[in-house]
Design a protein around this ligand. Sequence first.
Ligand SMILES: *Cc1c(COP(=O)(O)O)cnc(C)c1O
Length: 390
Amino acid sequence: MKDKFLSELEQLKRISQKRELAEVEQAEHPWLYKNGKRLLNLASNNYLGLAGHERLKKAACDATDTYGCGSTASRLIVGNHPVYRLAEEALVNWKGTQAGLIFNSGYTANVGIISSLIGRDGIVFSDKLNHASIVDGVLISRAEHQRYRHNDLNHLESLLQKAPLEKNKLIVTDAVFSMDGDFADLKGLVELKERYNAILMVDEAHSSGIYGPQGQGYVHHLGLEDQVDVQMGTFSKALGCFGAYVVGNRWLIDYLINKARSFIYTTALPPGIPASITEAITLVREDSSRRETLRDHSRFFRQELVRLGFHLCGSETQIVPILVGPNEKTVLFSEKLQEIGIAAIPVRPPTVPENQARIRFTLMATHHRQDLADAIAKIAQVGRDLGVIQ
Ligand SMILES: *Cc1c(COP(=O)(O)O)cnc(C)c1O
């Protein structure tokens, strides 16, 4: 039996898709250390640079000091510490919804929300590039899974037209797509969900903290907060902490507390986490300069790479992929970048379609413009050496 697993690993290695864990230090900063080597960090989701922020660290330490390390049980048993109430109050206040709920991670939130809202008798309409946790949520729900072509609302509408009227329908999308860095057409999705009587769920993992007047997310940026039924997002990326949220009407949250198995059957996050979440929300609301700097950096970085001739997969955000194509060349590109001081991740199938392997750069508000300019020159050099650009 062991041979089967070993030969699968061998096969992954042959096609340059074997993943390995490497030890990384100081990843919360713009410069990190990998195997002792100092690299410009163009690889984390710590977009606002808050993961290393003194106020977040202090909030987590203080709560841990006062209340202990573990939460001792699930929230419906004895794990529902007052720090949770404070964090959920801060969340609801920020989002302007009736209610909100914290999940242990974005992955468990998506799995729990989707499988609660829809079952065997329902249909989920999901963008082909949605995050894997959404795909897994649909699988667990046992609903029919209809995947529409990326951002193709004509395709989505043709699928909605064919669906039986009496079936429950859920449309789900990332707000910002994690591998392409482009936006979903939320206005168009709202129109369709109203026309076909579907529930609309938006995953703001890569947009919370960055868009909207107080960083509430892309839904708020477009003023669609009253039209989107389920707003989900994470605290693990731009907010620099851990965990995830869902906000919406009171009935939605009450329903999830009663039905979402990934909420019910797991130990609550340790008290230090909700305490840091409260602090992160406060920081994001009061300081818009980080998201402005991030957007400036991102625009600069994208413009320069386009000018050099790279193909950016439609990126409009702080997630900036450059298309390379074949797996081996993409891995080589990333290794060469690492040799000259840049950490950037090669993304290969099955995360992206075959022959669309890419290097995914992610920016931080705490990067210095000069470091980014230096990085662009190095990326151009490797791109020319490998024939990705002229
Ligand atoms: C990262 C991510 C998640 C998962 O969030 P975690 O808190 O890391 O579990 C869910 N959805 C999207 C779109 C993501 O990018």
